[in-house]
Design a protein around this ligand. Structure first.
Ligand code: NAD
Ligand code: COI
Length: 330
């Protein structure tokens, strides 16, 4: 058995090498992403291991079929960039790592919410200019706020646990109700109800085409004035142009974005010294009340180790048995 892995970072290498030794399976590591240029390098392998936020190239699964490869294992959660119909058509099993560390993302979401509430960005900027005054940047406390959680899956539930620790009041929206949260009475029936009562909103739902720009100008208009928004889920859930307008008008007091709808050519790339081409992104990051991070919510030691080990275990299981606990339903 032999695997090929793409977009491998230095911090992942040790886990790949350990797994390979323990399981006596060769895993060839490549630092580049999967593109149309490297599909032919799949030949001779039993599984392809991937991790990227951009779309996998056209002809990807066709190439796997041509080479008789039956497994594609991604090291991350989101499958929004994987063409599952094409995987099905080409009889390739796809696995993901659904729970490498929900806490990593939840902790980061709440960290960013706290930073916005305590206005650390403004104070850092003032501090650099030796302006050490307090007023007028007075803060709100989390226990005085109602936080709306959209999506109560693994990460949403971890975020709720953390928020409860701070004493925040929780309201949640999810088409599927978690029984324990249902018992606690946190669910509202519609997003509109959540918008009406939430002082802060955090997104923890998957990205589907159907939910593209679910947070648009119309949705924002229904929210409380001065609401805070946190998005560690996926960029396409928010209409960035509408968000920028609301951040400028003060309708939205602050937005913490770990994902951005056109992030692929920007995040996790070294663009030092280069002019940013994306005008919307440039405008967004120029705003004092936009706290933008380059898709790092997942990036902890625990998460990275689990991402590598679980994806490889899944690939091995699919190759040996035809299935794995982490198979993504087509
Ligand atoms: P999950 O599948 O465990 O939970 C998602 C929940 O969203 C489910 O309960 C589902 O019923 C609910 N949902 C589906 N459609 C919805 C809708 N229209 N409105 C409200 N809720 C809806 O997923 P998860 O592991 O909790 O991941 C949540 C999000 O976080 C995903 O978008 C994932 O891609 C993203 N993510 C981001 C990072 C990061 O580093 N920023 C890392 C991992 C995952
Ligand atoms: C995910 O696991 O879905 C993420 O968003 C993390 C990223 C490295 C793709």
């Amino acid at each position: 058995m032999k695997f090929i892995a793409f977009n491998v970072r230095e911090d992942e290498r040790v886990y790949f090498e350990e797994w390979s030794k323990v399981n006596n399976i060769k895993v060839d590591l490549h630092t580049e992403e999967i593109t149309s240029d490297n599909l032919n390098s799949f030949n001779g392998y039993d599984a392809v291991i991937g991790l990227q936020t951009g779309k996998y190239p056209a002809g990807f699964f066709e190439k796997m079929k041509e080479f008789g490869i039956r497994d594609f294992s991604i090291r991350n959660v989101g499958v929004d960039n994987v063409d599952l119909q094409s995987a099905k058509d080409n009889e390739v099993t796809v696995t993901n790592v659904p729970a490498y560390s929900p806490n990593a993302i939840a902790e980061f979401a709440i960290t960013q919410l706290m930073q916005m509430l305590r206005q650390t960005r403004v104070f850092r900027r003032k501090f650099a200019k030796q302006d050490y005054r307090w007023a007028p940047y007075i803060s709100k406390e989390l226990r005085a706020l109602t936080v709306g959680v959209i999506g109560t899956g693994r990460i949403g539930r971890a975020a709720i646990d953390i928020l409860k620790g701070f004493g925040a009041k929780i309201v949640a929206y999810d088409p599927y109700h978690n029984p324990q949260l249902e018992e606690e009475g946190v669910y509202v029936d519609t997003l509109d109800e959540l918008y009406q009562v939430s002082d802060a909103i955090t997104l923890h739902m998957p990205a589907t085409e159907q939910d593209r720009h679910i947070i648009d100008a119309k949705a924002i208009a229904k929210m409380k004035d001065g609401v805070y928004i946190v998005n560690t889920a996926r960029g396409i859930l928010i209409d960035t142009t509408a968000l920028i307008a609301a951040l400028k008008s003060g309708k939205i007091a602050g937005a913490a974005l770990d994902t951005y709808e056109n992030e692929t050519p920007i995040f996790n790339r070294n663009l030092q010294g280069r002019e940013l081409q994306d005008k919307t992104f440039k405008e967004l990051i120029s705003l004092d009340n936009a706290l933008v991070t380059p898709h790092i919510a997942f990036y902890t030691e625990t998460a990275v180790e689990n991402m590598v080990i679980i994806s490889l275990d899944s690939a091995k299981s699919v190759v040996e048995t035809g299935t794995a606990a982490t198979v993504v339903k087509y």
